[in-house]
Design a protein around this ligand. Structure first.
Ligand SMILES: Nc1ncnc2c1ncn2[C@@H]1O[C@H](COP(=O)(O)OP(=O)(O)OP(=O)(O)O)[C@@H](O)[C@H]1O
Length: 115
């Protein structure tokens, strides 16, 4: 039980260091808060809330993973190497794919309330 609690504390510490160190993550959290505010404002349905929360979680979770991969690459080498750049670019690309998907889903959900 104690180690379970410790893993939670380490995970929260990881989330906090990701947020405090990464500009992109801060921006994504601001956008997520705006979307949540908009959701309350236009009273989206429970099903729409599930989709919105899932999108926010996936984008922020993947961004945290991207930060971890960037840190790992920097730990392995701080020299400019094509493979290091490629790894960082692929990880950033994964965030971009999911972010675009979240934007499209957001437009589909909020469109009917805005029109
Ligand atoms: N070690 C490296 N070797 C080659 N290219 C790199 C390396 N590190 C980063 N890059 C390239 O720079 C892009 C941005 O990387 P990153 O966000 O880590 O910033 P940085 O270039 O290390 O500088 P900073 O951390 O100051 O923003 C990567 O997506 C990659 O294309």
């Amino acid at each position: 039980m104690k180690s379970f609690l410790k893993s939670f504390i380490y995970a929260f510490h990881g989330i906090w260091s990701g947020i405090s160190g990464e500009r992109n993550l801060k921006a994504q959290i601001v956008v997520a808060l705006l979307v949540i505010g908009a959701g309350f404002y236009v009273s989206i349905t429970p099903e729409e809330w599930c989709i919105v929360i899932l999108c926010i979680g996936v984008v922020i979770g993947l961004e945290l993973m991207n930060s971890a991969i960037e840190s790992l690459v920097d730990l392995v080498t701080l020299e400019r190497k094509p493979l290091a750049g490629k790894i960082k670019d692929i990880a950033a690309g994964a965030v971009l794919v999911v972010s675009c998907m979240a934007v499209v889903i957001g437009i589909i959900i909020f469109r009917k309330y805005l029109l």
